[in-house]
Design a protein around this ligand. Sequence first.
Ligand SMILES: CC(C)(COP(=O)(O)OP(=O)(O)OC[C@H]1O[C@@H](n2cnc3c(N)ncnc32)[C@H](O)[C@@H]1OP(=O)(O)O)[C@@H](O)C(=O)NCCC(=O)NCCS
Length: 253
Amino acid sequence: MIIRSENTSDIEVITDITKAAFEDRSFSLNTEHFTIQDLRADGALTVSLVAEVDGRIVGYIAFSPVTISDGTKNWYNLGPVAIVPEFQGRRIGTILVNSGLTLLKSMSSEGIVLIGLPAYFSRFGFWSYPQLINDGTPQEVFLAMSLTERIPNGTVDLHKAFKQLSIIEKDAIAEVIIDYAIAGIKVDLEDPAIESLIDKGILSATLDGKVMMHPSALTEYDSYLAQVGQFRATEMSRVHKNPIMAAIKYGSG
Ligand SMILES: CC(C)(COP(=O)(O)OP(=O)(O)OC[C@H]1O[C@@H](n2cnc3c(N)ncnc32)[C@H](O)[C@@H]1OP(=O)(O)O)[C@@H](O)C(=O)NCCC(=O)NCCS
């Protein structure tokens, strides 16, 4: 087996194996491959390793920088780590994690956090610490390992690539934009996808039972649409040229 850094010709395979590894995991929203793509696009893949067996890539691991509210520097997040199902249980995950940790140590990293199962990651020395939290992540699965013996004290912010919307949420965004622009249809505020988008500050409910999209989300809607399928993408490029859409976009009614 060879462990090496990714190169551009690996990108498609990395997407495929990540999708395959997380496909049947109940805890997953199956957005991990989007996270990797966004990290890469933002130059935030500090370490990006593939495991190759007989010329075939069967495993992948990423590490990206984090910020910590107490000002601690040089900490990184581990993940996603993904092994194709038919190669799981052959120590490839263990070798990838250890290789990534060795590389980070050589880069003077001071510690690593991750969201994952203690049953798996405790073997590497990852534990949950009450003083180190990540908003929205249950404490028992937010794990850390210091490379200096000092555990920071604060809130950890992962790269924004980890705040992926589910496909259902993206679809709801597309629906809202299209409904607004074409017919001004009121959306169902009790739809769980709409509710979650309101919770995440992407939409806000108006008094007349409609929703408005947050301006920063509007500027990003093209990328959501790129991921919800060709039909909606086509629909959107049409809507984009529509004057009603422009009115929504610039908030002038
Ligand atoms: C989790 C994952 C990365 C582990 O890689 P792997 O190559 O299959 O695991 P390894 O062969 O290195 O396992 C080493 C040990 O961990 C155990 N283990 C593997 N997956 C485990 C899990 N999900 N929970 C608890 N223990 C686990 C193995 O049984 C083995 O135990 P042993 O030392 O007693 O024999 C891999 O199974 C995977 O890609 N899963 C789907 C995606 C995922 O869950 N990623 C992690 C969250 S980011």
